[in-house]
Design a protein around this ligand. Structure first.
Ligand code: ADP
Ligand code: MG
Length: 694
């Protein structure tokens, strides 16, 4: 493509490799990137030398192994290229060994007990299948992060393992269906990222936003998103400048930022990239989140990646679009013009439906986090119940196979616009169902449960693994069949019959669905603690360890880490609420009460009544009492959580006591806010935050 936009100018990609490496080295590396072939050790030295020269020409002075520990963000430890020279001076150096392996005293990264403190070493190892890049004058080398014993301490390792697995099993399945022409299949991912922008000065005045990334208090304002007047609205100048800079920086890093628009809530936006392989999509999404955070302040704003910054308004998610692509560039989830006749497509579709049904609990687990729980099942977010939407046409086709009749439905239609001059537009096979957590959207699945601040590595690790399991089962059946076409149709019939309870097309936000889902025997894991508990059920541990995605130890460590994170975040929020109550809300409202009492006294002194004021004073006094009580209640819950020793118990206390106590305290404070003069309220309220929303 023409490089007018500096696209990938900071990426050590294939074009750069071809230009700067000896042919033999280049071909070996390309083979690893394209086909996952093992990389010979002798390759590292020339690659390191080429990377170093390229990076220094681009102004880099340092390098870092760039990795993704279990806290879900990226970590880096910078080293300069400088090495002492024999003559007492310095040379610029970067060896093959330094490229391939790094040692990190990483005892402060969460490990869930995998690394005892006396063995604090962690190792970072080069992931040659991801491109290195330069960020802030530093050559960043994507790496995995492992313990001394080889246990994965990061999110990338299991993702890479799962990509390898699904490549193998999907290939087996298409080959069993006679597609010998396909040599390689890999998962593609496009992660749509939602986020909020708010004014930086207002942000700085709220302890909850600064410390927790969301508002912990806030009475409902007179107007927020009721009119949908923010959705797809025109961008204001400040946001436009921000997005222009964001795009430029992302493009340089090879992140294909494509679509940007306003979302439903005031101050809410979305960025969608062009899809790529799952590993690079996960790397790119980490970079996107980092750049959003880094660039917003330059424009007087702060970017909130939190899943639920404002109560009563939309939260932010990450729509993980997922599909499978062949080495010939064929999208295997393209239904083509006649899906009814496309047995391979229907087979893959049915396998995914079966996988999601068999592993609803793991799907929910892949999107679990303390902050995402606040979003799921709330305003405009999918519920915590997992279901699949495939659209009327595909449902009709699968039903006709199941019931053994013909398909009487229509093939794809053109949308009539009533204006002859307009070009004809082909209708999608299915209209959108925005309420479904897992929707087939034309030629890919859109998994909408993951939260906006989460790494997409977990979601894709789970998707790849459970789909691979179903593919493997299907392939096993078909490999032994004589008449493949007939066997495939029979398999579709049998599996769809068994798993169609997971398919739901109507409104997933409705109360009826919750009832219906219960009747169908589907999981409703509304909290992450429950989902995490399911993740270590024996059958789930067996699934992951059987396929070599997570060993039992790794699974247990992740369970521990996630529960610890859940409890820590709940407790930080709870403490922040107590502080805001005691240091800000209580003093402010009590001052306002004193002023009110004084004016009542003055009125009475000149013989006037002050009925309304007295009523207000009474109400305020009662609420202040209630505030004090609720604050004490929250402190007690906190103490109880602090004294729980095991991670699971602490998380359970948070779920059962701390979080409900926080809700109680908030409801009293919000009621107080509603009767307190705006000028006396100690921090910017919702109205101010939203009116000033860019
Ligand atoms: P929609 O109209 O459903 O939002 P878009 O074409 O706008 O679809 O794409 C939404 C997201 O889905 C984008 O990030 C895009 O890159 C991604 N996407 C599109 N096709 C695929 C695919 N085959 N595999 C993975 N992601 C895809
Ligand atoms: Mg979408």
């Amino acid at each position: 493509m023409p490089n007018d936009f500096d696209f990938a100018s900071m990426v050590f990609n294939e074009a750069v490799m071809r230009e700067r490496l000896e042919e033999e080295t280049y071909l070996a590396l390309k083979d690893t990137i394209k086909r996952g072939a093992p990389l010979g050790r002798h390759i590292a030295t020339p690659v390191a030398a080429a990377m170093k020269d390229w990076a220094i020409e681009k102004g880099a002075t340092h390098y870092t192994h760039w990795f993704q520990p279990l806290n879900g963000i990226t970590a880096e430890k910078h080293e300069s290229f400088l090495s002492p020279a024999a003559n007492g001076g310095a040379i610029l150096d970067f060896s093959g060994k330094e490229l391939v392996i790094g040692e990190s005293d990483a005892s402060s990264f969460p490990s869930g007990g995998l690394r005892a403190t006396f063995e604090a070493r962690g190792y970072t190892a080069w992931d040659p299948t991801a491109y290195a890049f330069i960020k802030e004058d530093t050559l960043c080398i994507p790496t995995v992060f492992l313990s001394y014993d080889g246990d994965a301490l990061d999110k990338k390792t299991p993702l890479l393992r799962s990509v390898q697995l699904i490549c193998r099993e999907a290939l087996r399945l298409v080959r069993a269906m006679g597609r010998e022409d396909i040599e390689r299949i890999y998962p593609t991912v496009g992660a749509e990222q939602e986020y909020f922008l708010i004014d930086k000065e207002l942000w700085a005045k709220r302890r909850d936003l600064v410390l927790c990334g969301r508002t912990l208090f806030g009475a409902k304002p007179a107007k927020s998103q009721e009119l949908d007047d923010h959705y797809f609205g025109a961008l204001d100048a400040r946001v436009k400048a921000f997005m222009a800079e964001l795009d430029r920086e992302l493009w340089k890093l090879g992140v294909f930022a494509k679509t940007e628009h306003k979302e439903v809530a005031p101050g809410q936006y979305e960025l969608a990239p062009v899809f790529s392989g799952a590993n690079s999509a996960a790397d790119n999404n980490q970079l996107t989140m980092e750049m959003l955070k880094r660039i917003a302040p330059k424009h007087g704003m702060v970017c909130l990646l939190h899943e639920k910054p404002f109560a009563g308004m939309n939260g932010s998610g990450k729509h993980n679009n997922w599909s499978l692509c062949t080495d010939k560039g064929e999208n295997l989830f393209n239904p083509t013009k006649q899906p009814m006749a496309n047995t391979l497509f229907l087979l893959l579709l049915t396998a995914v439906i079966a996988a999601v049904d068999d592993h609803q609990d793991l799907i929910r687990f892949s999107a679990c986090s303390f902050s995402n729980d606040l979003r799921l099942g709330q305003t405009e977010a999918p519920p915590a119940i997992v279901s699949v939407f495939i659209g009327e046409q595909l449902e009709g086709i699968l039903d006709s196979i199941r019931l053994g009749g013909g398909y009487g439905g229509s093939e794809r239609a053109f949308i009539s616009m009533g204006v002859e001059a307009m070009p004809r537009v082909m209708a999608d096979d299915s209209d959108r169902n925005r309420t479904s957590p897992f929707a087939f959207t034309g030629n890919k699945f859109e998994f909408r449960m993951p939260g906006s601040s989460q790494s997409i590595a977990d979601a894709n690790t789970v998707l790849n693994t459970i789909a691979a399991e179903a593919f493997s089962r299907f392939a096993g059946e078909l490999e032994k069949a004589e008449d493949k076409e007939r066997a495939a149709r029979e398999l579709i019939r049998k599996e769809y019959e068994k798993h169609r309870r997971i398919v739901y097309s109507a409104n997933c936000y409705s109360a009826q669905w919750r009832e219906e889902a219960k009747r169908r025997g589907l999981y409703d894991l509304s909290t992450s603690v429950d989902a995490l508990e399911r993740s270590i059920a024996p059958e789930n541990v067996a699934l992951f360890s059987g396929y070599g995605i997570f060993s039992e130890r790794e699974m247990l460590s992740r369970y521990e880490v996630s529960l610890e994170a859940y409890a820590k975040l709940a407790m930080i929020e709870a403490r922040t609420m107590c502080e805001m109550t005691l240091k800000e809300i209580m003093p402010s409202v009590s001052r306002a009460q004193a002023e009110l009492a004084y004016s009542i006294k003055q009125k009475r002194d000149i013989g006037m009544e002050a009925k309304a004021e007295t009523k207000l004073l009474d109400k305020g006094s009662r609420l202040i009492e209630a505030l004090d009580e609720a604050e004490n209640g929250l402190e007690q819950a906190l103490t109880q959580a602090e004294s729980a020793a095991a991670a699971h118990d602490r998380a359970a206390v948070c779920r059962d006591s701390v979080i409900p106590s926080m809700a109680e305290l908030r409801s009293v404070a919000d009621a107080l806010e509603a009767i307190t003069p705006s000028a006396s309220w100690p921090f910017p309220d919702y109205e101010k935050l939203l009116l000033m929303a860019p």
